[in-house]
Design a protein around this ligand. Sequence first.
Ligand code: NAP
Length: 471
Amino acid sequence: MSSSIALTYIAAAVLFILGIKFLSSPKTARYGNLLAAFGMLIALVATIPLLGTGETSLLKQGWNLSYTLMVVGIVIGLIIGAIGAYSVKMTAMPQMVAAFNGLGGGSAALVASLEFLRRAQNQDITAFVAVTMLFATLIGSLSFSGSIIAFLKLEGKFEKPHTFPGQNLLNGLILAVILGLCVYLTGWVATNTTAFVVMFVLALVFGVAMVMPIGGADMPVVISLLNSFTGLAVAADGFTINNISMIVAGTLVGSSGTLLTLLMCRAMNRPVTNVLFGAFGSGGGGPAAAAGVAGTVKPIQADEAALLLAYAQRVVIVPGYGMAVAQAQHQVRELSDELGKRGVEVQFAIHPVAGRMPGHMNVLLAEANVPYDQLQEMEAINPSMDRVDVCLVIGANDVVNPAAREDKSSPIYGMPIIEADHAKTVIVMKRSMAKGFAGIENHLFYKDNTRMLFGDAKASLNALVAAVKAN
Ligand code: NAP
């Protein structure tokens, strides 16, 4: 590889790293995305000379390349990406990430497969290269099929965990056969394509088998985990085809995906093994949750709720998945502004796993131009929740469920929550008594200090804003 190409790859890698750094704040996230995309562009352009001429060129290595096909591929990818990005609804972002991640995993698996078969047929393969490419094929393909199942689950298809007796044993058996085939293929010379194809197909089956027993609600965690798998597959590809930017980009995706998975699990107080094998969301819940909770549900009308808000000193708003479904972020901002004009101190309490993807609430509130300094993280706001006059819960459910603190038999016991119930008055806005993602009863709705404002969040907020203005 010429030094100018190597330098271009290093520049691309630096842009990827800066891109991720900028993504850590909503203020700079847009630039981060642009920087990383620019990095990808220069990495793509730098790859072209490598394909055609020079000692390490792919043409010299016996590849049969068509520039026309590559350009057609890039154009198709650009069109699909742009249409997807412009048309996706904010609530469907996790599906989009699942789809893109699946395609990334599938591509990494294809690159590794073709390179493995080509080198093996030319008898030009060391054990290290064979292991690296089999690793990339295995995790790339299971990431592909697993992401398709995650996408479908997020779309509401077979959302519940699908389990049967002996499932873990069967999955373990499939994995053992895959690993056995990998060991066999590592010492392989030339002709056994069948063993490779069987390994590839079993890896696809394993991806499906791995994700089917997991509930739809845990899909963001699964996608993040599969994302880290895709990153590792890409990095492994980079090692074998000698591409620095693939190694760096793959390692970045692999490590950030792993960190995100662990952070989400920590925020739910559940180990990764519980997410993967716990069949969470299968409608279970402890006896207390199933049998109902002590207390009564007390509805409230918008006029009365507006009075409580308008005459409060301090109001904390807890947004959740329902705010995203109702697309009510602009109405929330309007209400916050109206209250601010009346001298009410308004803050937003953000739970790390509110909604269906990390940062879901931050993105929606940023879109509605809610000032960042009004956003408070769970740990920061919880100690002062007992000094809050009104806590307005908008389409949040699990993340404010005191069962996580009070009920040892609850599946969410131990999960850190926003202590909404500590406020003097709690107003919960949702359409019905339906359960949240975890599928369990919410103790908050039955507390003495809680009032339920039933209805679609956007309609209820419009009514609240009008009533606050009238007061
Ligand atoms: P949630 O527990 O899923 O509850 C959302 C509530 O919104 C529902 O109870 C629903 O009740 C209400 N709702 C839906 N549409 C509405 C509308 N149009 N207007 C008003 N309300 C509406 O949500 P959450 O409290 O945000 O909790 C997130 C859950 O996802 C947690 O269990 C978390 O562990 C899980 N999770 C999140 C992530 C992540 O990265 N964010 C990752 C993995 C898992 P009605 O149907 O009665 O209206």
